[in-house]
Design a protein around this ligand. Structure first.
Ligand code: SF4
Ligand code: SF4
Length: 420
């Protein structure tokens, strides 16, 4: 039996059992995995009786279903079937252990089956069920099978244009007098080439600027949806725009999600966006900033640190500890700073810091080796010497520059900030 049949079969048996026995069902985790679980169970008319979540802020009601602490759910529904909605399989054993300790008698881990069903029954990933099942099987390998080569966290800048003008923008929007929007065909081709270097890519974060300013979202989402070894397609928005109905329909059709960077009063359309997505069953999550958690932008210049100091800066940098890549205009970079400062010519081009995927055929061995080497790189980038990563002040997110300061070039000159 192939993976698609296994997932279909396992879920069909569970659905039949729940319908026949009319057992209570409790979804463990009121986050993204829980959302997929609830949507799939609703699709098969299996009612959910409760959610549990360890975050007290989530307790209350979700989709008219109560959210409560795990111990309370176990006490209230002792004979229920508990479904942990853990997206990362490595986190399943601790969750199952906690459920077990709380007294839950029936714990089932169906996340791979749920995801397969979400992307093939509730939505329709254009890569087709067999490729989808193979991707899910690589993300959730059987015990003892070889670990797949997974991509790190990866984003793609589909447009440099933005509706906001944040003073400390990591994409250097205020510095960019001629923001570029990349054609859908180029974007899809670049992402497909990047994905071909790995066995499996967990997600792509499509961002800007403001991605919903792009006029070809439908083409992009459809093209990316065809990539066989990529699972989640996320749009990272600032919450100032609501895409038109046909765009939202395309996103729904291909199971794309929305992640909102919430800049408070500047993210003026969050409520309308959330409502439009809820009406189409598009998952929305929020990144909410608190206090001073944005690194302040400073003038850009060579710090002239020693190689040892730059190595230390890189080692301690979040781009290294989180391990991520960013793609724009056909080039894969290790971080946003390297990407934007080189693309906008705020620093010289540093060819050793990026992979130009335009030079390679999709899936060729050299491209795979180059991208994997960049993603796994443990030594400092040349761009690190221009980066204020080790010495910057922190400010609240989303401070807007006045309109008169739009598109003013940032002064590229040394300041006495202790770096040099
Ligand atoms: S919303 Fe602000 S931080 Fe984000 S890209 Fe636009 S200007 Fe930059
Ligand atoms: S340039 Fe270096 S120090 Fe700066 S964000 Fe990138 S990896 Fe980190």
């Amino acid at each position: 039996m192939n993976h698609a049949d296994v997932y279909r079969d396992e879920l069909a048996r569970f659905v039949a059992e729940m319908r026949a026995s009319q057992r209570r069902v409790v979804v463990v985790g009121a986050g993204r995995g829980g959302w997929y679980t609830a949507k799939v169970l609703a699709h098969f008319q299996v009612p959910v009786d409760a959610w549990t979540d360890s975050n007290p802020k989530k307790h209350g009601m979700l989709f008219d279903i109560p959210v409560m602490p795990m111990a309370q759910a176990v006490e209230r529904f002792p004979d229920a079937c508990f479904l942990p909605s853990v997206l990362d399989a490595a986190n399943y054993p601790p969750v199952a252990g906690t459920l077990d300790a709380a007294g839950a008698r029936d714990i089932r881990y169906l996340m791979p089956d749920i995801l397969f069903s979400y992307f093939s029954d509730v939505t329709r990933r254009a890569c087709g069920p067999e490729a989808l099942a193979k991707t899910i099987a690589r993300l959730y390998p059987e015990p003892g099978s070889p670990a797949p080569c997974r991509s790190p966290s990866v984003s793609y800048v589909i447009t440099q244009k933005c509706t906001l003008n944040c003073q400390d923008c990591g994409a250097f929007v205020p510095d960019n007098a001629k923001p570029v929007t990349y054609p859908a065909s180029r974007i899809v081709d670049d992402i497909a080439k990047y994905c071909s270097a790995f066995d499996v890519v967990h997600h792509i974060a499509l961002q800007g600027g403001e991605p919903f300013m792009h006029k070809e979202i439908e083409e992009i989402v459809e093209g990316v949806s065809k990539i066989p070894n990529l699972l989640f397609i996320d749009f990272v928005t600032n919450g100032t725009l609501v895409p038109k109905a046909s765009v939202l329909d395309a996103m729904q059709r291909h199971g794309a999600c929305v992640i909102v960077s919430d800049y408070g009063p500047y993210s003026s359309k969050i409520a309308q966006l959330a409502e439009a997505c809820a009406g189409r069953q598009i998952f929305v999550d929020y990144y909410r900033y608190q206090g001073n958690d944005w690194g302040m932008q400073t003038p850009i210049y060579p710090r002239k640190r020693s190689p040892e100091k730059n190595a230390e800066v890189f080692t301690n940098c979040i781009a290294n500890t989180m391990i991520c890549c960013q793609i724009m205009n056909g080039k894969v970079h290790r971080c946003t700073f390297s990407n934007f400062t080189q693309e906008l010519k705020l620093i010289p081009e540093l060819p050793g810091d990026f992979v130009d995927v335009g030079k390679y055929q999709t899936g060729c061995a050299e491209l795979t080796a180059e991208i994997r080497a960049l993603a796994n790189r443990k030594s400092a980038l040349s761009a690190c010497d221009f980066c204020p990563a080790d010495n910057r002040n922190f400010v609240p997110a989303g401070i807007q520059l006045p309109k008169s300061k739009r598109k003013q070039p940032r002064p590229i000159q040394p300041v006495n900030d202790g770096c040099s």
